[in-house]
Design a protein around this ligand. Structure first.
Ligand SMILES: [Zn+2]
Length: 388
């Protein structure tokens, strides 16, 4: 049974311990000590990392009260080694774990629901609640949770007797056996937990809900606490300010300015399309009645424009119409044929012009890598009238 030093002092970072076992494993070495400060993954809290006798601790697990450290190099059995945990990582996990308890406590009390899932990810923390939380309640719940920070509520940890436990109202994800560890944060939460926690809620700094979604009939909340919340605020503040600077409005009004910009863009696109149709109609009217095959060269046309224009020309009585539009190094094109030989043209352009694309016997579209001169010569040879 490994002595759990992290339960004696959650703020201790260095310790000395004796190496009892060291075995080679797939991912490195498994080291067992007589005592440790390294918290093993459990209760939703990830494992500590750090160094042990000069080697790196990559992961820590607990099985049957024995804590196994995964290291990148071996340690001598029987040696006394110094260990040091990555305190920045641990404190971040403590801030987020304690913050999660407070928010879960506030929510579960308000709705009489349960926290049925808890995950501390690299980016954010998620908690799953078996009730639907109305979006309108989120700001209130968030403020209520932060109130624990503002009053600097104490975080207490105790091991009640069975009788005390029976009389206690506390949150727990499962039926617990043996000694139960109770973590309470003032009047805000009381919960069975095996994780490490801050001593005072003030150390959490901030609890921020950054997302909420329906999940398995309940709600999944995404949250950030402590430094993570500050870093997230900084990033979002920078984004809002930069968007505001680009749009010449204060950052907090960037969303409204973007909406206006999108509406303006839609109006301009509509006008542009109207002008395009007008232009195509005029061009099509200029084509002499009875022209059998016609090719039009355009610029900056998309495939919808090209199809529309080729169709207009077809309606003038032509049998084959093609529209080519300059596109990068080559041309994009649409070719329509009432003679059902559109594919033949695409096939014939494959070899000389590297034609890519295809379609049906009466319509093909694609792109070619060649210049206007070559295309003109090719289509004039096929009896096409060339227009620009
Ligand atoms: Zn917990």
């Amino acid at each position: 049974m490994t002595e759990k030093l992290y339960y004696q002092d959650a703020y201790a970072t260095k310790f000395t311990a004796k190496v009892l076992e060291c075995t080679e494993e797939k991912q490195g070495y498994q080291v067992i000590l007589d005592k440790t400060l390294f918290y093993p993954e459990g209760g939703g809290q990830p494992a500590d990392m750090g160094t042990l006798g000069g080697v790196n601790v990559l992961d820590v697990h607990e099985k049957n009260d024995i804590i196994a450290h995964t290291t990148d190099k071996p340690l001598k059995v029987g040696a006394e080694v110094e260990g040091e945990i990555d305190w920045e990582r641990r404190f971040d996990l403590m801030q987020n774990h304690s913050g999660e308890h407070i928010l879960s406590g506030v929510i579960c009390r308000k709705y009489g629901c349960d926290n049925v899932g808890f995950h501390m990810g690299k980016e954010s923390i998620t908690i799953d609640l078996n009730t639907k939380i109305p979006d309108a309640d989120l700001p209130w719940l968030e403020e209520k949770a932060n109130e624990a920070i503002w009053i600097n509520a104490p975080v207490g940890i105790r091991y009640p007797s069975k009788e005390e436990l029976d009389a206690l109202e506390y949150r727990s994800k499962k039926e617990l056996e043996g000694q139960v560890r109770i973590v309470n944060v003032g009047e805000y939460d009381c919960c069975a937990c095996c994780g490490t926690h801050v001593k005072l809620a003030g150390e959490i700094g901030q609890i921020k809900i950054i997302g909420a979604q329906n999940y398995k009939g309940g709600t999944r909340l995404e949250l950030l606490c402590g430094k993570r919340a500050l870093q997230d605020y900084r990033k979002k503040n920078d984004v809002a300010n930069e968007a505001g600077r680009l749009l010449s409005v204060p950052g907090v009004k960037a969303d409204g300015a973007v909406k206006n910009l999108l509406a303006e863009r839609d109006e301009l696109l509509q006008t542009l399309n109207q002008l395009k149709w007008k232009y195509f109609t005029q061009k099509a009217e200029q084509v002499t009645e009875g022209t059998e095959n016609i090719l039009f060269f355009g610029d900056g046309l998309n495939s919808k424009d090209m199809t529309h224009f080729a169709d207009l020309l077809l309606k003038k009585g032509a049998k084959r119409t093609a529209v080519f539009s300059k596109n990068g190094e080559g041309f994009a094109f649409v070719l329509l044929s009432t003679e059902k030989d559109a594919r033949t043209f695409a096939d014939e352009m494959k070899e000389p012009f590297g034609c890519k694309g295809g379609g049906k016997p009466d319509a093909v579209q694609g792109r070619v890598s060649t210049d206007k001169k070559e295309l003109k010569a090719f289509f004039e040879g096929k009896g096409f009238l060339i227009e620009e």
